[in-house]
Write a protein that binds this ligand. Structure first.
Ligand SMILES: NC(=O)c1ccc[n+]([C@@H]2O[C@H](COP(=O)([O-])OP(=O)(O)OC[C@H]3O[C@@H](n4cnc5c(N)ncnc54)[C@H](OP(=O)(O)O)[C@@H]3O)[C@@H](O)[C@H]2O)c1
Length: 245
């Protein structure tokens, strides 16, 4: 099956930014979208926007730190729409800081959400994809997965892990499942809200204000990967502002 129309797409971190833009774009193009995030109010508002224009949508409060929540989200998609074509493992945070500050709780949160959240997504969807005989993982990494800069050691580590796990998954899929890694550069979202270090946050916000691209630019890359024919796996896409070094 190629194209987007009729595909059932589960998206984590769908309540804002890249996840929200992806949900809107895919729903507009005929996908049935299943949205997960912790912010239920924002999910309700987004689901209303999608249904108001004739889209098909389901949603559930989902904390990707909880394996059961992620499993329930994937189950909701199967039960409501009868199959799962794509899981977009998009939820992520970036409370970056110098290692010397020992913000160990932030390190743990990044590991729990950015790495373990993706693994819980794989654990939830892989058996479904195997029994269906088809399925597509789209995992969100970052340009930080290619280039480490000061303050981003742990964040970059989590995103490198996403790339490594995704490539391992692709190889183990025996040519039966598709795996795509999407690596955004500076994108205008609520991402800086997750930053706890005021100085680092101010620097990132300034960079975002000067050059960030809209989240729809990343959504279009995700749509491109999804719409390819079943025998075409778009392995990896990096989408960054033209002005980003
Ligand atoms: N913006 C950038 O410049 C940039 C660059 C490279 C990579 N990325 C990556 O892009 C992805 C999306 O981020 P964004 O830029 O769109 O930022 P965003 O606007 O802050 O969106 C992050 C999403 O993740 C959700 N989320 C956070 N913690 C969660 C949890 N424990 N369980 C479930 N959902 C959770 C948030 O919803 P709730 O708070 O409601 O749960 C929100 O929907 C992330 O993986 C991020 O690392 C972003």
């Amino acid at each position: 099956m190629s194209g987007i129309k009729g595909k059932v797409v589960v998206i984590t971190g769908a309540s804002s930014g890249i996840g929200e833009a992806t949900a809107l774009l895919l729903a507009e193009r005929g996908a049935k979208v299943v949205l997960g995030a912790r912010g239920l109010g924002r999910l309700v508002a987004l689901a209303d926007r999608i249904t108001d224009v004739g889209g098909k949508v389901a949603f559930a409060g989902t904390d990707v730190r909880r394996r059961d929540d992620v499993a329930a989200l994937v189950k909701l998609a199967s039960e409501r729409f009868g199959k799962v074509d794509v899981l977009v493992n998009n939820a992520g945070i970036g409370p970056i800081s110098p290692l010397d500050e020992l913000q160990v709780e932030d390190w743990e949160d990044m590991i729990d959400i950015n790495i373990k959240g993706v693994l819980y997504g794989i654990a939830a969807a892989l058996p479904v994809f195997r029994s269906q005989g088809f399925g597509h993982f789209v995992n969100t990494a970052s340009t930080a997965a290619f280039r480490v800069v000061p303050n981003m050691a742990v964040y970059a580590g989590t995103k490198m892990a996403v790339r490594a796990i995704s490539e391992g998954l692709r190889l183990e899929a025996d040519g039966k499942l598709r795996v795509t890694i999407i690596s955004p550069g500076f994108t205008r979202t609520n991402f800086a809200d997750s930053m706890t270090d005021p100085g680092v946050k101010a620097q990132i916000v300034a960079s975002m204000e000067s050059m960030a691209i809209p989240p729809d630019a990343i959504a279009r890359a995700i749509a491109f990967a999804i719409e390819q024919p079943a025998d075409v796996d778009v392995g990896e896409i990096v989408v960054r502002p033209t002005a980003q070094a």
